[in-house]
Every structure is written in C-alpha cells, then in structure tokens.
Design a protein around this ligand. Structure first.
Ligand code: 0X9
Ligand code: ZN
Length: 306
C-alpha cells in the first residue's frame, strides 16, 4: 500500500489499522487498549497467532508528538508484515512461527494531533493534559514508574520534560503499563521508536552507571544492527541510553526492562541534525525500508533469557 508516502493524520492512522484488520481476517486484530486524556482511542494491532507459545515483539511509536517519522515507520512495519504474510513470504512466515507482533503506532495521539493541526506547534513534544500554572502536557517518557522523578525529568508543568504529578499520572502511560503487565511473560522484545539522533540504546537510563543485568545480551542484536547499518551508510551510536544521550528517569524502556522484558530498546531514528524533527516525508520509504530489513534479520537471532 502507499501508507508510507506521507505523514498521516490521526484519523488516517486509525483508518489504516481498521483497513488492515479487515483484509487479514483472524490473523490480525486491532485492540483498543485505552483512551487518551482528550478522549481519543489508543489502539494497537496484533499480528500473528496470539497463542501462549508465541513470544511477543512489542513495537511502539509516537510517544513524543513531534517525532513524526516514528509512527510513519511503525505503519510501514505493519504493512510489510501483513503483506508478507498474505503473499506467503518465507522469511515473514518463519518469523511469524516464532513471534506475534503487538504494534502501537501512536502512543500520544493528543500531542500528535496538536502538532499536526497547528503549524506553529509543530515541535510540540508532550501530551495535552491541563496542568497547574496554566501549562499543558506531560512528557510521557518521564511518567513511567521506575525511578520516577529522577534525573532529566522536571517537576515544572511548563517544562518540556515535565514528569507529571506522580508516576503513571497519565492515562496514556497507564494504558501501556497495564498492557505490558498483561503480556510481560510472553514478551521477548520491547522496541520504542523516537527521533532524532540515529541512536540505538538500552537501559537503564535513569542515571549514569546503572546497567541492566543482561546488558551484554541486550547489546548483541544492537551491535549486529549497528554493523549492518554502517554497511548501509548510516552510523548509529549504540550503548547505554544515559551514556549515548543523557540520563532521563521515568522512561518506558527502563520500565520494560524493570518488569523483566529480556530485550528493551529505544531507537532514535534519523536524522542526526540536518532536518531534526522535520524530516521530509519523501524520506519515509527508504528509511523505513532500511529499518525493516534490519529488524527482520535481527528477530531471527533473538533468544529469550533462561
Ligand atoms: O529523552 C527521551 O525521552 C528520548 N530522546 S528524545 O529526543 N526522542 O526525546 C531518549 C530516552 C532514552 N531512554 C532513557 N533515558 N531511559
Ligand atoms: Zn522521543
């Protein structure tokens, strides 16, 4: 389909999920997993047999409103997996023998709509919940309940990195938390897509010098990915997220790792600073294709912790 030929509106994203579901029968299903502050549906699509024996690969995007390339890439993935299944692509078929995909392409619809609707608010990052002092919005990636309130998060409701009034104060983070807790024993990989930077990071990022116990294991696919990306002409910075970027407490990757997901990865998609959040939409197909090829080769190598 031509889903990746442009940045899509919130409504177009929902329509795409519903259209996809209507063509893939019982093989995929769209689930409403919550409701945003302003009342919008939070939806994810499950692709593959939703059996206890299948490990789940969780992919989300759009937790930050202005990072439009992330939802666009997630939609491309959905399209590729479903088309591959329908055309009996052997790589995708064998991938789906092992995994079920849960893809949530837009975790922060209120912020996305705001950034999409008002040109002068194109660089909005947070949600749109009303806060003290007449300011709006919470940085959802500071609102998760693992070391909530620590470094890199702000208590000022007017700040871009406002962490919220308490851990999980926002319906959007609560919805993700509840879904993750429900599937955590089956989930092998948690991938959250952001922009920009071309970084591939692993927890913990709430401070310096705090690492997950299985850091070496978590880094293995990241190293393989970085090598491949290099050969495709893109250099990614990889490693612990506090080191690669900065300490930031209350992020979703730390939370996923803290509840035992074996692989938790934050990907900062391109670019490295030329267009920043304003990547031209003509770049979506090639970027998403490259990311997709890479992901396919990595999923084959994931091994759960024993
Ligand atoms: O600051 C963030 O939330 C992420 N970068 S962004 O520019 N897209 O906002 C990075 C989060 C990395 N993870 C942790 N620090 N735990
Ligand atoms: Zn982000």
């Amino acid at each position: 389909s031509d889903i990746s030929s442009a940045y899509r509106t919130y409504q177009e994203i929902l329509n795409f999920l519903d259209q996809t579901q209507s063509t893939c029968g019982s093989f995929c299903s769209v689930e409403k997993y919550g409701t945003s502050y302003e009342g919008r549906d939070l939806k994810l699509i499950k692709i593959g047999d939703d059996l206890p024996s299948k490990r789940i690969v969780w992919i989300d995007a759009g937790i930050h409103a202005r990072e439009w390339i992330a939802p666009a890439t997630a939609l491309y993935f959905i399209d590729k997996i479903v088309q591959g299944y329908k055309s009996s692509d052997s790589t995708i078929k064998s991938m789906l023998d092992n995994f079920a995909f849960y893809i949530a392409p837009l975790l922060n619809p209120d912020g996305y709509v705001y950034s999409y609707t008002f040109t002068r608010e194109r660089l909005w990052r947070k949600t749109r919940s009303a806060q003290a002092g007449g300011c709006y919005g919470v940085d959802l990636n500071r609102n998760f309940g693992y070391h909530w309130g620590g470094q890199g998060s702000s208590s000022d409701p007017c700040d871009e990195n406002f962490r919220g009034s308490s851990a999980f104060s926002e319906p959007e983070t609560r919805a993700v938390r509840d879904k993750l807790l429900a599937i955590r024993l089956r989930t092998i990989s948690f991938i959250t897509m952001h922009s920009y930077g071309q970084d591939w990071m692993v927890p913990y990022g709430y401070a310096y010098n705090v690492s997950v116990d299985n850091y070496a294991q978590m880094m293995r696919p990241v190293q393989a990915a970085a090598d491949k990306l290099k050969s495709l002409g893109r250099n990614y910075d990889i490693g612990n997220s506090a080191v690669v970027t900065y300490p930031a407490a209350g992020a979703s990757d730390d939370y996923a790792a803290s509840i035992g997901v074996p692989y938790a990865h934050t990907i900062e998609l391109p670019d490295t600073g030329q267009y920043r959040f304003l990547l031209p939409q003509s770049e979506i197909p090639e970027l998403a294709w490259r990311r997709w090829r890479l992901s396919k080769s990595i999923w084959g190598t994931l091994r759960p912790l024993i």
